[in-house]
Design a binder for this molecule. Structure first.
Ligand code: COA
Length: 186
């Protein structure tokens, strides 16, 4: 597969797998305090290299991942939106979740909601997935708003097991959507 090609597109966005040359742009975003406000720490460039390898391996293994998200036309890298299999131990998992992390300059344009809707459409209609969850810390209102805007329903809160050493980030909301609930698609 040509790694420059988009797997699928929305009106304004293209979604593709990861390349080594995504490190620079993705590292900037992961070193931005505002973008990382709801995570316990910023990521170093070395950590971003490992993160990208994990995202690409996830795609190779499962056929989906949190995709590189670009603006069509300009090919500007704006961050990642996509789906991933989550195995951490809670009453809501194992499950496939949808997630998003965009660079600050790409906020406020509706890109996260547009991209999330298209990823749900792709997951349900192309990949045959039947249920997707999404989680965020209880203070991450912008992320929770995206969940609401794409039609997800809150199913509860939980303490994220990966955050047990970071009490400020431990309590999470969990939302879900089923393929049968989709009303913004075909
Ligand atoms: C969470 C995140 C992706 C949300 O981004 P966002 O740009 O706020 O989300 P949306 O795509 O829904 O855009 C909504 C905003 O775009 C505006 N907008 C402008 N043009 C629009 C359009 N054509 N369509 C829809 N909304 C539009 C809306 O009015 C809204 O503005 P507001 O925030 O001032 O109310 C972003 O804040 C982010 O990357 N955060 C850091 C990483 C993170 O926390 N990820 C989640 C971890 S669980």
């Amino acid at each position: 597969m040509n790694k420059n090609n988009y797997l699928f597109k929305s009106e304004r966005l293209g979604f593709r797998t990861w390349r080594k040359d995504d490190v620079e742009e993705f590292a900037k975003l992961n070193a931005d305090k505002e973008v990382m406000e709801h995570f316990p720490k910023l990521l170093s460039k070395e950590e971003v290299v490992i993160f990208i390898e994990k995202l690409q391996s996830h795609f190779d293994l499962n056929g989906y991942t949190y995709y590189v998200t670009e603006i069509l036309g300009t090919k500007e890298f704006i961050g990642m939106i996509g789906i991933a299999f989550q195995e951490y131990n809670t009453k809501f998992t194992p499950a496939i979740d949808i997630g998003w992390r965009l660079k600050r300059s790409a906020w406020g344009s509706g890109f996260a909601t547009e991209g999330a809707k298209r990823c749900l459409d792709y997951a349900f209609n192309e990949l045959g997935i039947t249920k997707i969850i999404s989680v965020c810390t209880i203070n991450n209102i912008k992320s929770e708003n995206v969940m609401k805007k794409v039609g997800m329903t809150k199913i509860g809160t939980f303490n994220h097991p990966d955050m047990s050493e970071h009490p400020d980030f431990e309590k999470h909301n969990c939302y879900e959507i089923k393929s049968s609930q989709i009303d913004f698609m075909k």
